[in-house]
Structures are given as structure tokens and as C-alpha cells.
Design a protein. Structure first.
Length: 227
């Protein structure tokens, strides 16, 4: 193979990796497409192709995954929680941790662990568990949805919340909760983008013409800004 041909193939891979990373981080680039030869080789980078030729980030096997979060994390439950609830939840955490120590690739167990940690008030631990669940299955809706809510209401990282809500919509364009969550973020927290609140509701209604809750939210919002 000539040096020019090698350089051309390498250039294709670099561009494809850059495109896929943008798709993973910002759903506005979800229409980027890669065509031509050499696409199969990109699977080594955790990049795949959908049936319509669009780029998608896919699970990376084995040692190509990022390091898993610590399963020996010490959690201090919220003091306001009922003692019986804490005991029950700590038992569930222990069982889930034991399961993951046997097989850390169980994506559903990471989802469960994140939920258990959140109930106990360990929001950073919940974030770590759900972020790893995303790495295991990047197109699974649940982790993105959970993180969008967590970043908004508990960790107060509005940029991250926006990123995750956008991804839920990209994964499932008719997902009503995604539009509602992004609307709430823009309308009440991410004030720099408050003008996008009505826009995102209209987009949700266009994808879900029978979504009466989105229509009601839009009506209420338009009345509030008209005052």
C-alpha cells in the first residue's frame, strides 16, 4: 500500500472519529454521514453505521471501555431519610455491587445502582454509574434520561442536562418526556436559552401531534411571557 493511500485511509478514520464524537456530545450533528470504503475498520474505534448510512457510537468491547467507577464507594445517606428505607436501599446496593463485581458489563445493573445511590442522596455516585451505563450502551434511552434529570435538578449542571436531554430526543424523536425536560431546563434554569423554551415544545408537538400535555405547557408558557 502506498504512503498516499495509507494517509487517505487514516484521514478518513480521523474525520469519522471526530464526527462520531460530535454526535455523541451534541445531537445537532446527528445528520452527519460517512460513505465510501474503509468504514468497517472504524468499528475498532467504537463507531458503527446505521442502516441508513448515518454514523453512530456503538459499545466498545472489553479493554476499550473507560475504567469502571469504583464499586467500593462509601455512601453517607441523607439524614432526612427514614432509617428503614436506608437499610433496605443499602441492602439493594450491596446486592447490585456484588452482581457487578462478578460481571461489570451488566448495563442494567449499573442503571439500577445509579437509582439506588440517588435515593440515598449520593448524586455523584449515581452520575458515575449512569455515565458508565452510557458507555456500555450509548443508544440506550434510560441512562441519558436519568442523567438529564440528575444534572438539572440535583447536580445543577445545566449544560450537561441539555446535552443529555438532546440525546434522548435524538435516540427517540417522539419521546415526550425529553421535550418536556428540555423545556423545563430552558424555561426555569438555563435562562440564557429561555427563548428556546417555546421552540422545543413546538418541536415536540410536531413529533407528537396528540401530546396534550406539551400543548398545555406551550399555552401556559405563552400566556406567562405575554404578561
Amino acid at each position: 500500500m502506498t504512503n498516499k493511500k495509507k494517509a487517505a485511509i487514516l484521514g478518513l478514520m480521523v474525520l469519522a472519529v471526530a464526527a462520531a464524537v460530535l454526535i455523541y456530545r451534541d445531537t445537532r450533528t446527528s445528520k452527519i454521514e460517512i460513505t465510501g470504503t474503509g468504514v468497517d475498520a472504524l468499528k475498532d474505534y467504537g463507531i458503527g453505521m446505521t442502516g441508513n448510512g448515518k454514523v453512530e457510537v456503538v459499545p466498545i468491547e472489553g479493554n476499550k471501555l473507560p475504567p469502571a467507577p469504583s464499586l467500593d464507594r462509601v455512601v453517607t445517606p441523607l439524614k432526612t431519610l427514614d432509617a428503614a428505607l436506608v437499610k433496605n436501599m443499602e441492602g439493594k446496593v450491596a446486592a447490585t455491587v456484588a452482581l457487578l463485581k462478578e460481571d461489570a458489563t451488566k448495563q442494567d445493573a449499573w442503571i439500577a445502582l445509579g437509582g439506588q445511590r440517588k435515593v440515598l442522596g449520593d448524586y455523584e455516585g449515581a452520575r458515575d454509574a449512569w455515565e458508565y451505563a452510557k458507555a456500555l450502551a450509548p443508544t440506550d434511552l434510560v441512562a441519558w434520561n436519568n442523567l438529564a434529570d440528575l444534572y438539572h435538578f440535583y447536580l445543577k449542571d445545566f449544560v450537561k442536562s441539555e446535552e443529555n436531554w438532546k440525546k434522548t430526543i435524538a435516540i427517540k424523536p417522539d419521546y415526550i418526556a425529553g421535550y418536556r425536560g428540555l423545556y423545563e431546563l430552558y424555561a426555569f434554569s438555563m435562562t440564557a436559552k429561555k427563548d428556546q423554551a417555546a421552540v422545543i415544545l413546538k418541536e415536540g408537538i410536531a413529533k407528537n401531534p396528540s401530546a396534550t400535555d406539551l400543548k398545555a405547557l406551550l399555552s401556559e408558557y405563552e400566556k406567562s411571557v405575554a404578561k
